[in-house]
Write a new protein. Sequence first.
Length: 299
Amino acid sequence: MTDNASSPLTGTPLTLLGTGAMGTALGRAWLAAGHPLTVWNRTRARTEELAAAGAAVADSAAAAVAANRLVIVCLLDDDSLGEALAGADLTGRDLVNLTTGTPAQGRARAAWAEARGARFLDAGIMAVPPMIGSPESGAYVFYSGSAALFEEHGATLAVPAGTAYVGADPGFAALHDVALLSAMTGMFAGVFHAFALVRREDIAPKEFAGLLQSWLTAMAHSVHKTADQLETGDYGKDVVSNLAMQAAGNATLLRTAQEQGVSAELLKPYMNLMDELLAQGRGEEDTTGMVDLLLRRSS
């Protein structure tokens, strides 16, 4: 395997380990932008699409790493990354980990890479494969770790999707990623409950979806008030609908679910926490105290 720096393509040469759906989308974007690309995948057949587009295919992960200084990893999980790079010489390499993981895994992998002579960035991809390479899609990637690596390769990393550097702590990219995904999960829980409530009625799902999207968009702005209350420590500041009022309204939500024949299991955990805060005499506050309650209950 020869270094791709001799390629007539003008972009920064790079290596990509992992050519699943996301890896292939990333590779297509870099090739389209003129970056010489070396790829490796445990199942070689999955490299064929990128090979047909001009990528060089390495026989091993170690050979792929040896081909270029900038090495992008997009594998199944952290264990897969460790196995793939176990025999690779990382000395002098710039390793960017796009594999989904936890903050602790990002920090541990950074120490592991640095001990082997590599600079390291961890990442969290806020996109699905069809969004990659499409600037209008809004796709972006969180990065954390080596600021020098990000500064040097930022333009290359920005080719498939927008970039957001969130700090030198290697765990911060995964933390931002998972925090946003967790919020999305809670939103989807509410969305599915809402659709279940109207499912058996003469209400067209597509028409209802427009109302639902508008309402969620309007309510999303409240995250800024929550952030302000957390920073000031004043959970009674600018309260519009206090905890007591919201908790009282829960009875109507639960009764409606019962009338519509819908399980309330997606709502009850949140409501139970509201009742716990109310029992602490915090009814005049906003629901921001939920943050502290979650932290206390986890210890």
